[in-house]
Ligand binder design. Structure first.
Ligand code: IPM
Ligand code: MN
Length: 352
């Protein structure tokens, strides 16, 4: 018998529980076929629990979650809760508490999936964004003075440490080597305006690059990166960038790979507990209708298998998803798939 993985499951808000249920279905199918076991513990952190108890993520939960091999998250965000409370109190708190310093977001167009980019196909859209995940504008540095008065001052600072920048850049170089595609790593920044933060990024990037003579390096400002992602996505192999820019360009990335229905991400601590999630939100208007696309959650589970070391099972799940999108689904959009959420999960599970 193979290994047993202890997974903490946080289905979360809105359609989170529905898509996670399908992800778990597929993970169980993969476990049965590839000979490993899953020991799942469910946690109800999210908007409903917050409304009931006023609690987002207690410190005791962090201690409990630490006892797991990985965290599988649905979605956090509730229409009745003020923006920021759940995001900072749960999602960002988890990313920071577990020092998940990489947010790994593949942008891959599968055959048969529609992209809004004219004349671009799967051979053109296949890259990975390595987003720094614990610093930058997300660090929470700054403050407000004289709030609500005409003299209000709001400061929100981007924190960039040599250690944080360097470990992210190193991860990106290693990944580029491991992918072994065009072996090109692009730094996405804004060296022409953010002359302190991205000076640190740029110097670190070219210093580390000396240790990777087999990797081609490139640089693009973030605004130009957006332009090239639309015009020439085939230029990219791996992109490394800071937290805020990574957040923005990966929504663009999700759109060119077929939308939020398929885009998944991993919050990675290579030495610790990582967390996997579909990158779209809780989509409250589709809650309970059995119409949401579970493929993003399934692909998040696929990334989790890969990082846990179950490469064969991960490859099988990806193949099953590719078969479903190529041969079955009419569209990846919620309500337009031609199948229900549960039917899509059933099909993927049966093809694993
Ligand atoms: C994401 C989300 C989060 C982020 C929000 C919900 C805090 O947009 O995972 O990209 O900004 O990182
Ligand atoms: Mn985002």
């Amino acid at each position: 018998m193979g290994k047993t993985y202890k997974i903490a499951v946080i289905p979360g808000d809105g359609t989170g529980p529905e898509v996670i249920a399908e992800g778990v279905k597929v993970l169980r199918a993969a476990a049965a076929k590839y000979g490993f076991r899953l020991d799942l513990t469910y946690y109800d952190f999210g908007g409903e629990r917050y409304k009931r108890t006023g609690e987002t993520l207690p410190d005791s939960a962090i201690e409990e979650l630490k006892q797991h091999d990985a965290i599988y998250l649905g979605a956090i965000g509730h229409p009745d809760v003020k923006p920021g409370i759940l995001e900072k109190g749960i999602l960002l708190k988890l990313r920071f508490a577990f020092d998940q310093y990489i947010n790994l977001r593949p942008v891959k167009l599968y055959p048969g999936v529609e992209t809004p980019l004219k004349d671009k196909g799967p051979e053109d859209i296949d890259f990975v964004v390595v987003r720094e995940n614990t610093e930058g504008l997300y660090a929470g540095a700054g403050g407000v003075l004289r709030r609500g008065t005409p003299d209000e001052v709001a400061v929100q600072e981007s924190i960039n440490t040599r250690k944080g920048v360097e470990r992210c850049i190193r991860y990106a170089f290693e990944l580029t080597r491991k992918r072994n595609k065009t072996k090109k790593l692009t730094l996405c920044g804004k060296t022409n305006v953010l002359t302190y933060a991205f000076d640190l990024w740029e110097r670190t990037f070219y210093e580390v690059a000396r240790e990777y003579p087999d990797i081609k390096t490139d640089y693009a400002h973030v605004d130009a990166t957006c332009m090239w992602m639309v015009k020439n996505p085939e230029w990219f192999d791996v992109i490394v960038t800071d937290n805020m820019f990574g957040d923005i360009i990966t929504d663009l990335g999700a759109m060119i790979q077929g939308g939020m229905g398929i885009a998944a991400g991993g919050n990675i601590n290579p030495e610790g507990v990582s967390m996997f999630e579909p990158i779209g939100g809780s989509a409250p208007k589709y809650t309970g209708l059995n119409v949401i696309n579970p493929l993003a959650a399934i692909m998040a589970g696929q990334m989790m298998l890969d990082i846990l070391g179950e490469q064969e099972a991960a490859a099988a799940v990806e193949k099953a998803v590719m078969k479903v999108v190529a041969e079955k689904l009419k569209s990846l959009a919620a309500g337009k798939m031609g199948y229900t959420t549960t039917e899509v999960g059933d099909m993927v599970a049966s093809f694993v």
